[in-house]
Design a protein around this ligand. Structure first.
Ligand SMILES: Nc1ncnc2c1ncn2[C@@H]1O[C@H](COP(=O)(O)OP(=O)(O)OP(=O)(O)O)[C@@H](O)[C@H]1O
Ligand SMILES: [Mg+2]
Length: 583
């Protein structure tokens, strides 16, 4: 589908329509109004290494088109039944060709509109083993929407539409990049975009970045294009993220849609089969430019917050968000070391160690009953076996002390522990949700005023897919026309009124897990919800809340780690503490 769309883009069409049936399994068809093919070219197109896009060696180094290998149609012809109809505007009649198993089975002249239509039917009809690897329709459909979105974002001057099983699910009028972004990512973003535009001799950067308030807990709407090609680059992503340092909380992700244009000789697209990864001649320069350009835009547009109450409170509290940008701040940005590295060639790349490495350090101190061989190792929390009488248990009625509004310290039968309130709560919720979805459903509390939720098309598909799993968790949600849902009820235990942002947030976080093939949909949903609903660090807890938290944690079947494997508490045994004191 991606290849067909790219071919249509290369054909200089300004109207491209994608039709799919059964999430592409029975049909993927792309119709464009581009330049079409002659009869000979149409036959040639399916030959391997047949490309019209490279005519001489020089072209090879100046690729501006999406395609250049002459691979795509040949590959498609090998795995599906293909029907091509095409006509150049200068020809009176067009050509239609049927192909199966890489062979032309029929060819005839046809009356056809100028442009090209390629339909691939019954994907993998001749390779059943591969057909079995296709995912469920909703999952495959989401991939289709994702790819479609990327191409559509890169070419806002082309009209795009996507029709699935006879219903048009996306309809994107031609327009500016900003209009396209808003069409795709949703209206609320219109006022939250800051434009980026920086031209240099080496490269141009343009596009939009979200104000800090667009930052979400998971990487959602982050798009980077190089010469109009969507690419994945952890390295350049880091450059963008670096520009937001201190404006957004750690581990949150702002929206961005950025385009880098540079001389094709400076990049190598051919390092990845789907062209989603590329190699830069000088990666560090690009990094520095990207970071400086984003930083510049954020500073220049004096990012002041528009208070938005569905935001995570931890974002609201940040100085960078709660206080307007002042002259001093701009000056501070300009003199920051990161900004300066921009001017020092080859010095820009500095990747901070992630928080995870600190965590690993902590893990050395950590010992729980589930950690085989934990006792007596390295830092070992000091415990040799005889000092670990049985299962760890907090002492009933013992004092609980909250530290830094994040940890709870309390004695146990054999040590004292530092409980991470968020991690602990995540474990508790996780086990509760697992129980709910396998047996006793969480009761749903009917909303007095059912809320309607309108989502972008990809999000709507995703939510539709999750509905059956959300129901046992206490969500009564019904589809309500195109891309909309009615929230009839939510779990009794959450505060009423914020279901809408809670669900939007949930979808965002869920996407984070999407590539995780190890987990079922339900498992991913449950993990996401547990993480989302867990009490955040920085939240003061009263005595009763702390007590419930600690008791519920130790009532869990596995209390020492979060579902993701991080510790929920750290245990300090006497031996170990003594050792620290040199005793
Ligand atoms: N929609 C289209 N309109 C006009 N010509 C097309 C279209 N699709 C394919 N072609 C022609 O068929 C050729 C083969 O397409 P194919 O996608 O296999 O190769 P490519 O686009 O040149 O390179 P790549 O394999 O990298 O995509 C193209 O070079 C082009 O000449
Ligand atoms: Mg192609």
């Amino acid at each position: 589908m991606k290849e067909l769309l790219e071919n249509a883009v290369d054909s200089v069409a300004d109207d491209i329509r994608l039709f799919v049936q059964d999430a592409g399994k029975s049909l993927i068809q792309v119709i464009d109004n581009g330049k079409g093919m002659s009869e000979t070219d149409a036959r040639m197109a399916f030959e391997r290494h047949a490309t019209s896009k490279i005519r001489n060696i020089d072209d090879l180094f100046h690729i501006r088109t999406m395609g250049f290998r002459g691979e795509a149609l040949a590959s498609i012809a090998a795995v599906a039944q293909v029907e091509l109809k095409t006509r150049r505007s200068e020809d009176e009649t067009g050509t239609s060709i049927w192909i199966e198993n890489s062979r032309v089975t029929r060819q005839e002249p046809v009356a056809a509109p100028a442009g090209t239509s390629i339909a691939m039917k019954n994907l993998f009809f001749n390779v059943p083993a591969r057909r079995n690897f296709l995912k469920s329709n909703p999952a495959e459909m989401r991939h289709i929407v994702d790819e479609f979105t990327r191409v559509a974002l890169a070419f806002p001057s082309i009209f795009f539409s996507l029709t699935a099983n006879g219903t048009e699910v996306m309809h994107l009028e031609k327009g500016s990049l900003k209009q396209r972004i808003v069409q795709i990512l949703g209206n609320p973003h219109a006022s939250r975009l800051v434009s980026v535009q920086e031209n240099t001799d080496y490269l141009n950067i343009y596009g939009f970045v979200g104000k800090p308030e667009t930052a979400k807990k998971t990487r959602g709407d982050q798009y980077l294009f190089v010469n109009n090609r969507f690419i994945r680059s952890a390295y350049l992503n880091h450059a963008v993220m670096n520009a937001y340092t201190e404006m957004i909380p750690v581990e949150s992700f702002p929206l961005y849609v950025l385009f880098i244009d540079l001389d094709p000789t400076q990049i190598d697209v051919n390092v990845h089969p789907t062209k989603q990864e590329i190699k830069f001649e000088d990666e560090k320069i690009v990094y520095a430019f990207v970071q400086a350009a984003v930083k510049h835009s954020l500073a220049q547009f004096s990012i002041t917050p528009t208070l938005d109450f569905d935001l995570d409170p931890s974002i609201q509290r940040l100085d960078a968000v709660s206080k307007p940008v002042t002259e001093e701040k701009v000056a501070a940005v300009a003199s920051s070391s990161l900004y300066k590295t921009f001017t020092q060639k080859n010095q820009a790349h500095f990747i901070e160690p992630t928080n995870k490495s600190e965590l690993r350090h902590w893990k050395d101190f950590y010992e729980g009953p589930g950690t085989a061989g934990g006792a007596g190792t390295a830092a070992g929390a000091g415990g040799s076996a005889e000092h670990s009488p049985g299962r760890i248990q907090p002492i009933e009625g013992a004092p609980l002390q909250q530290l830094l509004n994040t940890y709870i310290v309390t004695p146990t039968n054999r040590s004292f522990i530092l409980v991470h309130q968020q991690a602990a709560h995540e474990r508790i919720l996780y086990e509760r949700y697992v129980a709910a979805s396998t047996g006793k459903h969480i009761p749903s509390q009917k909303s007095m005023f059912p809320v309607t939720l309108t989502l972008s098309a990809p999000d709507a598909l995703l939510l539709g897919e999750l509905l059956p799993d959300l129901q046992p968790l206490g969500y009564a949600i019904e589809p309500f026309g195109k891309d909309s849902f009615i929230i009839q009820g939510s779990p009794g235990d959450t505060g009423q009124g914020d279901e809408k942002s809670m669900l939007e947030n949930l979808l965002e976080q869920y996407k984070h897990f999407n590539s995780e093939v190890r987990f079922s949909r339900r498992e991913k949903l449950i993990r996401t919800m547990a993480r989302q609903k867990a009490v955040k660090p920085g939240t003061p807890l009263d005595e009763k809340e702390m007590r419930t938290l600690v008791d519920s944690l130790f009532a869990c079947s596995q209390h020492n780690i979060t579902p993701g494997g991080d510790p929920t508490y750290i245990e300090f045994k006497k031996d170990y503490v003594e050792k620290l004191f040199g005793r």
